[in-house]
Design a protein around this ligand. Structure first.
Ligand code: ATP
Ligand code: MG
Length: 566
């Protein structure tokens, strides 16, 4: 492709509203152009990368027996009423009406279409397993479209659905897809972490996320560099670091009057103790249960998701009014000498077991206890792991320090079980002649998000650095100067590279070296080859890889051979 003819050119300046590297660089380099918040035109350069990403995905999904199909973007609302997701996903659904007042939604996902579709064809166990997938446009009215291609309102997704006779068969297949997903991300030049998703306490969902580290990501994950374990922050487990203090004897309980702030920092300062010595009590309002006190070391935080998973009920922090109604004194609540008329159950994180002589509230305004000790001064109803893991905790598997990183979810896989087959009567006749529900799995990858994610992970101050497998072109050929001989040689080399089957972008414009080099770096094609009067004096070209500093000279006669070897 001659750059002079390419539709979509580099811009001098990044767009002023770019809120992320991918939005900035992809727009400035001429890969995409924003139409509205979360809605992008993909220009020819961008489309070439996207096509390569999709090709990799297709190859990997075909390798795990996926059959590609294409389902409609417009879904009759009735299908969504059957699963109730017209209500549960109401806030992100785009709805529209066809003539005759028939209501449709723009598909944000395709369980509601694929299940009744498959139900028309599956009759017997002999028809299973079956795996179908598509690469298609999804629509979600995201409350905040942001970070360029990472969170769009209209975006590309590969969604695959698998159908099985038994859960065991789904389990086996699910593991195969995990491997295929790692292949996809690796081939796109990305390191992905596999994370068991929390799913929350109310779903029987079993799912995994694939995440890639980037400061633009919306998720926080906890990783171990040593063994590669990655966990969702909300449910991450880790060894709580012990406070490095000398062993202490239990001292007598003492009540003190103190004027202090409510924060742990204020409290520790007022008492002149480190924050781990504060016994912190957080009160939650739990559905169908009432109030519950959660006790944890002052330097640690409660993971509400772990707490919900433990209690198996929805909960929220108790409001100041509710605390007051219950007779509790905000800022001074503790399990020590709680007035007997107040019924409050206490559960605690294991971390409080290793500390003696806590400072804690005395359940009265401006009154604290010093030297409060478990068992002697207060009773805990149950201990469990409730701590939110932070950097510095140690990995449970290999004892190395854990790290907190920002990441973006690029893929998501779910064991759906019979949720959708039940809703749409997707049954099959088993070997024993009985009719049974089909077991399902679903597997998503955000294709346009993946495009944005590659940029977020591969760039420098000058522009994008495309990994070879997804680069829009392999070679960026640049001719310099107006010397007719040099131009002729560049034209010739362009034809030769093309003939060898290598994709080449040829900057044939009449621009200065400065402009052409800047653009080449911005666009980020893996190999830049420069031909000029000067290089021709040595019958050579200048050869420079995008991710290396140093150019070298290569004989013109060797160029094509050397590119093939690349
Ligand atoms: P997120 O938590 O980021 O909103 P999700 O859990 O809603 O993602 P799924 O419904 O599982 O995502 O969709 C499958 C994949 O589609 C995701 O892993 C992600 O890569 C991609 N995706 C989801 N929402 C968007 C979006 N708004 N823009 C671009 N890609 C998206
Ligand atoms: Mg979402």
């Amino acid at each position: 492709m001659r750059y002079s003819q390419l539709f979509g050119k580099t811009r001098h300046n990044p767009p002023c509203d770019a809120d992320s590297k991918n939005a900035q660089l992809l727009t400035q380099a001429g890969f995409v152009e924003k139409l509205a918040a979360g809605i992008y035109n993909i220009l020819p350069l961008g489309q070439k990368v996207l096509a390569k990403i999709c090709k990799i995905i297709r190859e990997e999904m075909n390798a795990v027996d996926g059959q590609e199909l294409l389902m409609p973007a417009l879904h009759p609302i009735e299908l969504w009423e059957i699963t109730g997701r017209n209500k549960t996903m109401d806030s992100i659904l785009y709805r529209t009406k066809a003539s005759g007042d028939k209501e449709f939604v723009f598909g944000p996902s395709h369980e509601e279409t694929v299940t009744p579709l498959v139900a028309k064809y599956i009759k017997s166990y002999k028809d299973l397993p079956l795996v179908v997938y598509q690469i298609q446009t999804k629509f979600r009215d995201e409350p905040r479209a942001k970070s360029g291609l990472l969170r769009g309102r209209e975006f590309g997704m590969k969604d695959m659905y698998s159908f099985h006779v038994t859960e065991e068969d789904l389990d086996k297949y699910y593991e195969k897809v995990k491997k295929a997903y790692f292949n996809v991300f690796e081939r796109c030049g990305l390191k992905a972490y596999l994370i068991e998703a929390s799913g929350g306490p109310f779903s029987d969902k079993y799912s995994h996320e694939f995440s890639v580290e980037t400061p633009a990501g919306e998720d926080t994950i906890i990783i171990c560099d040593k063994c590669g374990t990655a966990q969702n922050l909300e449910i991450a487990e880790g060894k709580v670091p012990d406070p490095d203090a000398r062993p202490e004897k239990e001292l007598p309980l003492e009540q003190v009057h103190i004027e202090r702030g409510f924060s742990i920092g204020d409290n520790a300062k007022a008492h002149g103790v480190p924050s781990y010595k504060i016994l912190k009590t957080v009160v939650y309002e739990v559905d169908e249960t009432g109030l519950i006190g959660v006790v944890i070391r002052g330097d640690l935080s409660v993971s509400e998701v772990k707490l919900e998973n433990y209690l198996k009920k929805p909960l929220r922090s108790a409001s100041p009014e509710l605390l007051k109604q219950a007779g509790l004194v905000q800022g001074y609540i503790s399990p020590v000498n709680l007035p007997s008329k107040i019924k409050l159950k206490f559960i605690a994180d294991h971390s409080i077991k290793n500390v003696k002589n806590f400072v804690t509230g005395a359940n009265a305004y401006a009154q604290d206890y010093k030297n409060a000790n478990i068992g002697r001064d207060f009773i805990i109803d149950d201990f469990t792991d409730l701590v939110e893991v932070k950097s510095g905790f140690k990995c449970k598997k290999c004892d190395k320090p854990l790290k907190e990183i920002k990441a973006v979810e690029v893929g998501n896989i779910f064991k759906l079980g019979a949720k959708y087959s039940r809703a749409f009567n997707l049954n099959f006749t088993d070997k024993d002649g009985k009719s049974k529900l089909v077991t399902m799995g679903c597997y998503g990858i955000g294709t346009t998000r993946l495009l944005g994610t590659v940029v977020e992970s591969k760039y420098d101050k000058n522009g994008i650095i495309w990994p070879k497998n997804v680069a829009p072109f392999t070679v960026h050929l640049v001719s310099l100067g107006k010397d007719p001989k040099a131009i002729k040689e560049a034209d010739k080399l362009y034809e030769k590279i093309k003939e060898s089957g290598v994709e080449v972008l040829y900057d044939d414009r009449n621009e200065s070296a400065g402009v052409k080099f800047k653009d080449a770096d911005l666009i980020g094609i893996p190999l830049r080859i420069v031909i000029s009067e000067r290089t021709l004096e040595k019958e050579s070209v200048e050869w420079k890889l995008r991710d290396s500093e140093k150019p070298e000279f290569v004989k013109i006669s060797d160029v094509v051979k050397k590119i093939s070897a690349l």
